[in-house]
Write a protein that binds this ligand. Structure first.
Ligand SMILES: *[C@@H]1O[C@H](CO)[C@@H](O)[C@H](O)[C@H]1NC(C)=O
Ligand SMILES: *[C@@H]1O[C@H](CO)[C@@H](O)[C@H](O)[C@H]1NC(C)=O
Length: 366
């Protein structure tokens, strides 16, 4: 594990008795102070993403996972509940072509024209990230991916009392770490002192990832250390993270969804996702900026799409952050072991492979 800087330790008060100096178990959480801050940016890179102009928003104190949900945590959830993810119901998910070996590539006959590097791979899922022949063992510290919105919701509801996905406003509040107007979670320079701060793509997308940051694909959820002074890891790069905020027509003033026609199928609802991924390169997906946002339909699954969980702060936790500094708290009780409801989960058998719909999701994503 990387050594934490003295400044970071000073900024994050560790609750007595819960901090584990040597090995984080990736269930720690951070209480984020409420307040008013600027959401979005005036330096707009993608106008159609409605990422600007910056606008003041107010948020109540809340609690957010310090790390992306790891494969180990998700495995614990599946073991306790028997949950079956949507990718498993569908029987396939999208994987980047360069992550696949020749034997798998030869079985694939379909591709999405606008994003030909995304290939539908049989039996790809959180536990088989590159398809049936792959498995996640030895990668327990990596982010759980191929999660649909409903899968992420179900995990969060199980993982802690009151567990849920963060809203976009909460997510961005946490990722900014109390600093206004910055480009990245840690500041304005992508590589301060020439040091990589996030797992993104180096080289020519989508042909070659030189992995100068140390990782070609997903990385352990703590691989780059805290990315801001509140102690959050992986809010830039690694896996995209679902939020609880519905994506609105950018022609309307975001985030107002009034007037947007609700899709008939819950699986077609579009949700905001934040953070960018290990596939993001400035030339194509400059979305590891803290204000960046894009979307996927609820039932999308992909090799680079995961989550982190939030909950409301208790009154005691709210008092802890009155001074305006974030405070790390221990892990919640392991799961509440209540099998999640599958209501609203799309029936994979009915849906199957719908190239058109997923083409749209894929194109938004990178
Ligand atoms: C799965 O759950 C059982 C008890 O329900 C437990 O004995 C076992 O260790 C668990 N396995 C994992 C991998 O968590
Ligand atoms: C995918 O899983 C199904 C159901 O377990 C199985 O029948 C099928 O052979 C698997 N496909 C591949 C390519 O392994």
């Amino acid at each position: 594990m990387k050594a934490h800087s003295a400044a970071w330790l000073a900024a994050v008060a560790l609750a007595a008795g819960v901090a584990r100096a040597n090995r984080p178990d990736f269930r720690e959480q951070i209480v984020v102070p409420g307040g008013r801050f600027g959401l979005g940016t005036d330096h707009i890179e993608f106008p159609l993403d409605a990422e600007g102009p910056a606008r003041p928003v107010t948020v109540k104190p809340f609690v957010l996972d310090k790390y992306e949900v790891s494969i180990d945590r998700f495995a614990e959830f599946v073991n306790a509940t028997g949950y079956i993810t949507e990718a498993e119901r569908f029987g396939w998910s999208f994987v980047h072509e360069k992550a696949l070996d020749e034997a798998v590539l030869q079985t694939i006959t379909q591709a999405v024209q606008s994003v030909p590097w995304w290939l539908p791979v049989d039996n790809a899922s959180w536990s088989h990230p590159e398809g049936a022949a792959s498995d996640a063992s030895g990668r327990g510290s990596h982010p759980a991916v191929h999660l649909s919105h409903a899968d992420a919701d179900a995990f969060c509801a199980w993982a802690m009392p009151g567990g849920r996905l963060p809203t976009e406003v909460e997510w961005e509040r946490a990722a900014r770490g109390g600093k206004e107007g910055r480009m990245y979670a840690w500041g304005n320079k992508l590589k301060p002192r020439n040091k990589h701060r996030a797992n993104i793509w180096q080289g020519q997308f989508p042909l070659k990832n030189t992995a100068r940051d140390g990782f070609k694909w997903a990385a352990p959820v703590d691989a780059f250390g805290p990315q801001n002074q509140w102690g959050f890891h992986g809010v830039a790069g690694n896996a995209w993270e679902w939020t609880a905020t519905e994506w609105c027509d950018p022609a309307r003033p975001a985030p107002d969804c009034r007037g947007k026609q609700a899709p008939a199928d819950a699986g077609d609802v579009e949700w905001v996702k934040k953070g960018g991924s290990f596939l993001c390169h400035k030339s194509y997906c400059f979305r590891y900026r803290v204000a960046a946002r894009t979307k996927n339909t609820a039932n999308s699954g992909a090799y680079n799409l995961g989550a982190r969980c939030a909950r409301d702060a208790t009154p005691e936790e709210q008092r802890l952050v009155e001074s305006g500094s974030a405070v790390q708290v221990g892990a919640p009780e392991v799961g509440n072991a209540v099998p999640p409801s599958t209501e609203g989960v799309t029936d994979g058998a009915k849906v199957g492979y719908r190239p058109g719909q997923h083409a749209a999701a894929g194109a938004d994503e990178l």
